[in-house]
Design a protein around this ligand. Sequence first.
Ligand code: ADP
Ligand code: MG
Length: 191
Amino acid sequence: MNENLQIRTFKKIGHIEVICGSMFSGKTEELIRRIRRAEIARQRVKVFKPKIDNRYKEFEITSHNANSYPSEIIVNADEIYEKSVDAEVIGIDEAQFFENNLVDVCQNLADSGKRVIVAGLDQDYRAKPFEPMPQLLAIAEYITKIQAVCVICGAPANRTHRISESGDRVLVGAENHYEARCRIHHTFKEE
Ligand code: ADP
Ligand code: MG
């Protein structure tokens, strides 16, 4: 066959990266770091966060040490498809606040050749796996699990301790309601 007639299809291979850990462990910081590096590499990036996360600014993801990056608020993970058509790298923060369809959305975006970076809490304040993070961790190509510092003893902390009395799983807000704590100093009230 004439070489000029040969049809070669080069498909970019996408993947999923998950950044997880307790509150204050540096997930948002790490997500912003990776997104900024992608920008330096002149890749088109797009960052999303769920509507429920109304901490700090409406149009940025913000870390507890005031680092920030522009983001778009969405209600359903499905919205990412149409809003990221041109993006090569997609960042998603606070993934634990999305419904389980986020898993399929991430899978489809990676299948279509995109780099998907997802950050979220792997455990709720009772130290139970926080869906859909377990499913995302299972299908991801790369996983980064980071720890905060226990506010009681200074040890590495992988749990989020709720200071307030509320028994709701989702109680949005940072410093006022939660602390990073190690396995020994983490407690919660049984319902
Ligand atoms: P996450 O997104 O995981 O909640 P952030 O990236 O928003 O974390 O914030 C991480 C920053 O929070 C750290 O760099 C540090 O400045 C600050 N911080 C406050 N309390 C703690 C703590 N107990 N352990 C570690 N970092 C803390
Ligand atoms: Mg965060």
